[in-house]
Write a protein that binds this ligand. Structure first.
Ligand SMILES: [Fe+2]
Ligand SMILES: [Fe+2]
Length: 470
């Protein structure tokens, strides 16, 4: 079951050859996808040989197979984790019943919406990142960008497979729409606002892969618990790929911090202006980028109080990440206290699950900050990087539009507006970061604002020519 058939037009481990209708429908979508990749994927690198990882099976031996590939020839396919024998529903009112191999009629439109919303983020991020290749800080980083891009493309395939296989005509229409919306498009934007934010520089890319891909991890983990078994299996395999995206973010920011500390030591000063004059990212500006992408990503979990989250959980459609770690899987008799601008509210736990997820996400986000701060501390500096309060700069939920400082204090609208440019990247900050972005493509060389990685990809040296440009 786990090995992938690469002799077919669409590599897959779902026995596509034995479902001619589905195969035809997906083969019809495939050229549309490739056209989209050509038009909206990484610009100007179609003839480059990129050292990429491709899955050849979904088990530990085969899922990371490396070799030089032209991106348009990447074998995007349909890979599901192996089924779990006699799997039962692990939470909600139907807990203990067999999982669903088909979509129950009453949940059809909700499940479709959940899958479309997840699917929409995948091509959106490729669109956001499409210009970054032109300012890569090294070949190593260029390769990682493209690895992330092709895998987001594959994640789109993962969701499109579910739409085609289980949602009939509506599903096929949704699959077309996934290629018709575009990040930042005035008429047909992507569904979620983080995925319409422009990504102008690599500092944003590292923050995005740290915070936004981590939101992706949490969404995939909650779908991995789903009673809809094909969705669960799809997301379980996607999670293996997603880990690398967060690695790119975490190590990217680590390397920025490391380089900044080197420069601070060299000039014997932590004055941001002097750090900038030496071509490094001052830690104050990095903090602003963290504030921006973290607060934007926090909205992706939805409102603190949500009847949708209650219905999705009770029905078995969407669980909590790592559902087994909890004791109560039904949550009919539990409440949670939530702070809103109007004061504390006692909310049925089922309606507070977005917040439960957001809290465990923030805990996961803390891990990188601890690591970066340890390095800063060891270098003898007092500054600490922090996560913004989950009430800061929110656009969704009870804190939407409420003026709150990054450390969570409610203030006046005037004070908020006056100070915002000190909390998130101002135009001047963006222009400065933009001024650091120059393409470095000599094997082993790094741009001056970032330290080299500790090791290369797949045990190769850092100097390896990860992308061969023609
Ligand atoms: Fe993804
Ligand atoms: Fe990702």
């Amino acid at each position: 079951m786990s090995s992938i058939n690469y002799s077919e037009k669409i590599p897959n481990n779902v026995d596509l050859a034995n479902d001619r209708t589905l195969q035809r429908a997906l083969e019809h979508w495939q050229p549309h996808f490739l056209q989209w990749w050509h038009e909206m994927g990484p610009t100007d690198f179609e003839s480059a040989d990129v050292y990429l990882r491709t899955a050849t099976s979904v088990d530990a031996q085969g899922w990371a197979h490396y070799g030089a590939v032209h991106m348009p020839d990447y074998r995007w396919g349909i890979f599901l984790a192996d089924p779990v024998a006699e799997r039962t529903i692990g939470f909600g009112d139907a807990m203990g019943q067999p999982v669903w191999q088909q979509v129950p009629g009453e949940y059809r439109s909700t499940l479709r919406r959940l899958i479309v919303t997840q699917g929409d983020t995948e091509p959106a991020s490729v669109e956001q990142q499409r210009m970054l290749g032109h300012t890569c800080p090294s070949l190593y980083d260029l390769r990682n960008l493209f690895q992330v891009n092709v895998e987001e493309g594959r994640h789109l395939w993962a969701m499109v497979y579910l739409l085609h296989a289980y949602f009939g005509r509506d599903g096929r229409e949704e699959a077309e729409e996934l290629l018709a919306r575009h990040s930042g498009d005035a008429d047909k934007p992507r569904i979620l606002s983080t995925f319409n934010e422009p990504m102008r520089d690599w500092l944003s890319f590292f923050c995005f892969t740290y915070f936004t891909d981590r939101d992706g991890k949490y969404q995939l983990k909650s779908f991995a618990e789903s009673a809809f078994d094909p969705l669960s299996r799809t997301c379980r395999f996607m999670l293996t790929e997603e880990a690398h995206h967060m690695f790119v973010g975490e190590t990217g920011i680590s390397r920025v911090v490391k380089r900044t500390l080197e420069v601070m030591k060299e000039i014997g000063s932590d004055d941001p202006a002097r750090v900038r004059a030496k071509g490094a990212v001052d830690l104050q500006t990095l903090q602003k980028y963290l504030n921006f992408w973290c607060s934007s990503s926090l909205d992706l979990f939805g409102s603190e109080i949500s009847s949708n989250s209650a219905a999705n959980f009770a029905s078995g459609m969407k669980g909590r990440p790592d559902e087994t770690q909890y004791e109560d899987h039904v949550l009919r008799n539990k409440n949670m206290k939530l702070m809103t601008p109007e004061g504390e509210q006692d909310v049925p736990m089922l309606n507070a699950l977005n917040e439960v997820m957001r809290e465990s996400y923030l805990k996961d986000c803390e891990i990188g900050l601890k690591r970066w701060n340890r390095v800063i501390e060891r270098a003898g500096h007092a500054l600490r990087l922090t996560l913004p309060s989950s009430r800061f700069r929110r656009s969704i939920g009870p804190w939407a539009g409420v003026p709150v400082t990054p450390d969570g204090r409610q203030i006046s609208k005037e004070e908020y507006e006056r100070n915002l440019r000190g909390w998130i990247p101002s135009q001047e900050d963006q222009a400065f970061i933009g001024s650091l972005m120059h393409k470095v493509v000599e094997p082993g060389k790094m741009a001056g604002w970032i330290a080299p990685p500790e090791r290369g990809i797949n045990n190769l040296p850092v100097e390896y020519e990860y992308v061969h440009l023609h």
